[in-house]
Unconditional design. Structure first.
Length: 186
């Protein structure tokens, strides 16, 4: 029997409660915390505080937060387009910089599709700029983990967001259909 190092023993131990991430729906009063997380994170396009309050209220069934030691450390704002009720559209995913690289973003997506607000969802969509490789990799990882197809196609041309050359196009990511049990289908 080989001798286990202290590091490998540590990996086998359950994580202390303070290391666990809890995924849940947001409350409207937490909208300002989501706004602050985006503002301090520095990578996402900052929307008004009002938008985050609305997502935490009107779309609380699909918008999901990650909590660590009582602090919100990440969120995914999402909704189900009325014209595509079998689809959840991800607006933004934000993770506190000190929590990045810990699987929080993928955990948010996985928790979101299993929430009752995603009952009947077969597809996940989002738009991502061509230069945002981290987001594309996140969605590819999520698709692989779900065993679902991943598609990358034209979405919205950059000119819709301002003068030509001011904004990259927002290409469409489509994941699905999900396999049975991957979402809150029942």
């Amino acid at each position: 029997m080989s001798e286990m190092t202290e590091a490998s023993m540590e990996q086998l131990q359950p994580k202390p409660r303070s290391e666990r991430i809890r995924f849940r729906g947001p409350a409207p009063e937490e909208g300002k915390l989501l706004h602050r997380l985006v503002d301090e994170g520095g990578t996402l396009e900052l929307n008004t505080t009002y938008k985050y309050v609305l997502f935490a209220d009107h779309f609380a069934g699909t918008t999901t937060v990650a909590e660590h030691d009582g602090e919100i450390v990440g969120f995914v704002s999402a909704y189900r387009p009325p014209s595509h009720p079998d689809t959840v559209f991800v607006w933004q995913i934000g993770v506190n910089p000190r929590m990045r690289g810990r699987g929080v973003a993928r955990g948010l997506l996985e928790a979101m599709v299993r929430r009752p607000g995603c009952r009947g969802v077969r597809y996940l969509e989002a738009t991502v700029t061509p230069s945002n490789l981290a987001s594309r990799r996140l969605f590819q990882s999520f698709a692989r983990h779900q065993g679902a197809p991943f598609e990358w196609s034209a979405g919205y041309p950059g000119e819709l967001f301002g003068a030509p050359g001011e904004h990259e196009p927002e290409n469409l990511i489509r994941i699905g259909p999900f396999t049975a049990g991957a979402t809150a289908l029942s």
